[in-house]
Write a protein of this length. Structure first.
Length: 299
């Protein structure tokens, strides 16, 4: 009988091209969105030091400028869609400019798969993957699933409702991505408690609990992820049901249940980050990432 331990051992042995490609993209994203800002923040570009209270002047000649929350990219202003929704809820009126800046982000990730942001761009995921690796090295055992993965969608809805009630975009007060921005840009420890809480929960409570089940931004991208055109697909003839893909899944092993049982030809869960880890670890190359129409799970 194949145990979760032996499945995990198989999963750990095989590292592949999707993981390498993802690391390259994660590093490029970090360079694009953190290096110019932090260089300016620390006066390396001669733009003068700014504090969190004093926004940096945007150098007009830069092709890109900003953070993962708000940026200017090749002439286009971009805003985190969840931040735009919170601002709209807090203001109790439609913030058209903010929603217009969020639209290109929604369309881009909506066409690919919402949580591709999580898998390929979010620096917190990179941190959580490192903590996952560290926990394995330290031999700390945690629960596989402490909170249902769908909880993050409810948390996202609750954040929007609370933003409306308090007239404040509440998640932005503790957003771990903003905390990374502030730490890199200003050396500020404001918000660092969010990151510390996430690391603590990942190390001692449950496997990838923040990104799998709790993060409201991930919840919003999960909702968007139901319509993506890129999916993990399976060749049922090649699958031997070893379970290595489920052991390696960055989201939740259950999102692969339908493809492994033969009910679906591709992963349809909006949760999928398109991280490609399942593809990389499959010993029989039964999985691949490819295009598929949203309404045809069997394809
Ligand atoms: S779930 Fe949240 S913290 Fe995790 S990768 Fe996605 S956006 Fe980042
Ligand atoms: S798809 Fe590959 S890794 Fe997953 S159970 Fe089948 S053979 Fe194993
Ligand atoms: S199903 Fe595969 S691609 Fe999707 S999150 Fe899990 S491991 Fe990553």
């Amino acid at each position: 009988m194949i145990t979760w331990g032996s499945r995990f051992a198989v999963a750990k042995k095989r590292k592949g091209r999707w993981t390498i490609a993802r690391r390259v993209v994660q590093i490029v994203v970090a360079i694009l969105f953190f290096v110019p800002l932090s260089a300016a923040g620390w006066s390396a570009l001669g733009l003068g030091f700014s504090s969190p209270e004093e926004p940096l002047a945007t150098p007009s000649g830069f092709a890109w400028w900003g953070s993962l929350s708000s940026s200017h990219l090749f002439g286009l202003d971009l805003l985190d869609p969840f931040a735009a929704l919170q601002v709209t809820a807090a203001a109790k009126s439609v913030a058209f400019a903010g929603l217009a800046w969020a639209l290109p982000v929604l369309v881009a990730y909506g066409m690919v798969r919402g949580r591709a942001f999580c898998g390929w761009a979010c620096p917190v995921n990179l941190l959580c993957e490192f903590v996952d690796w560290l926990r394995g090295k330290l031999g700390i055992a945690v629960r596989e699933r402490a909170v249902p993965r769908k909880a993050k969608v409810g948390i996202a809805a609750a954040v929007l409702a609370l933003s409306a009630v308090c007239s404040v975009p509440v998640f932005e007060l503790v957003n771990p991505i903003s905390a990374v921005n502030k730490a890199v840009l200003f050396g500020s420890f404001a918000g660092v408690f969010t990151l510390a809480a996430i690391v603590f929960a990942e190390l001692f409570w449950a496997h990838r609990v923040w990104c799998r089940a709790l993060c409201p931004l991930g919840g919003m991208y999960e909702t968007l992820g139901c319509v993506g055109l890129v999916s993990v697909k399976i060749d049922h003839d090649l699958c031997v049901h070893c379970g290595a893909c489920q052991a390696a899944c960055l989201c939740d092993p259950e999102i692969l249940d339908d493809v492994l049982s033969g009910k679906a030809g591709r992963v349809v869960a909006g949760d999928c980050m398109l991280c490609g880890k399942c593809v990389d670890v499959c010993p029989y190359s039964a999985l691949k990432i490819g295009f598929a129409l949203p309404r045809h799970p069997e394809l």
